[in-house]
Ligand binder design. Structure first.
Ligand code: ADP
Ligand code: ADP
Length: 224
């Protein structure tokens, strides 16, 4: 079951940098897919295009039957993005942040869903804390809760463990597996090969804007 289809996607920024060269990729419902590549390879650009934040120069993206470029509002509801940078109001509480994000997507109510998300992320006990009071690992989990607020079908995580110590990284991997086990399709970017190896069902290797290899994990490990 294909949930997301990327076809012939290229991107040249206004600065003249070509970040992507004709990328094709199909993602199956329920899989964990890792986009592996060095800094500057085009990973963030690709997920930004799929999430409707950056417009591609050419190509098409289809998310659950919606054209993600021309109907980006419809497609955006189906995806949640956990960005690299801490994009929250530090003075706001955890619960208010997640509820506000849900309302931005035009979804109200469902306090039971929000409670479940915060419990899954071990943030329920911290729901009334201001984000600035939380540890680094908790702050990262708030970004995940925010991205899940509107019940997306696909969750994108941009470098979920960059700059994180080993034990927090393992916690994050477990957490991501749990989210998938609840039915969310997961796409993450990473420049750590061990993260791709540990996390993903399939790995796409991207370098200089080209998707040079897409393999099931077992096949990839034989090649590298
Ligand atoms: P577009 O053509 O898609 O509008 P631009 O080249 O105009 O993109 O850049 C959009 C924004 O990203 C600008 O504010 C620019 O300063 C910033 N930017 C430029 N180069 C980079 C880069 N290498 N990495 C991240 N952001 C950049
Ligand atoms: P990665 O996520 O793999 O590190 P990016 O998608 O951020 O790669 O960047 C791919 C290339 O596009 C890099 O050369 C980067 O400098 C450039 N780039 C990224 N964002 C912008 C932007 N907004 N404007 C201009 N160039 C950009």
């Amino acid at each position: 079951d294909t949930i997301l289809s990327v076809s012939g996607v290229s991107k040249t920024y206004g600065s003249g940098t070509t970040a992507l060269h004709s990328v094709d990729l199909d993602i199956a419902k329920g899989e964990i897919f890792a986009l592996l590549g060095p800094n500057g390879a085009g990973k963030t650009t690709l997920i930004s295009i799929i999430c409707g934040i950056v417009t591609p120069s050419t190509g098409t993206v289809t998310v659950m039957g919606h054209d993600a470029i021309n109907e980006f509002r419809a497609a955006r509801r189906l995806v949640g993005l956990v960005p690299q940078e801490l994009s929250v109001d530090m003075f706001e509480t955890v619960l208010a942040t997640v509820k506000f994000s849900r309302r931005l997507f035009g979804r109200s109510g469902h306090d039971a869903y929000i409670e479940e998300v915060l419990r899954d992320l071990s943030l329920w006990d911290k729901r009334d804390a201001r984000i600035m009071e939380l540890s680094g690992g908790m702050k990262r989990r708030v970004l995940i809760a925010k991205a899940l607020s509107h019940e997306p079908d696909i969750l994108f995580l941009d470098e979920p463990t960059a700059g994180v110590d080993v034990s927090l990284r393992r916690d994050m991997w477990k957490l991501i597996h749990r989210l998938r086990d609840k039915g969310t399709t997961i796409i993450l970017t990473t420049h750590y090969i061990e993260e791709a190896e540990e996390m993903a069902d399939r790995v796409g290797v991207i370098d200089k804007g080209k998707l040079i290899l897409v393999e099931r994990k077992a096949e990839l490990m034989k090649r590298l």
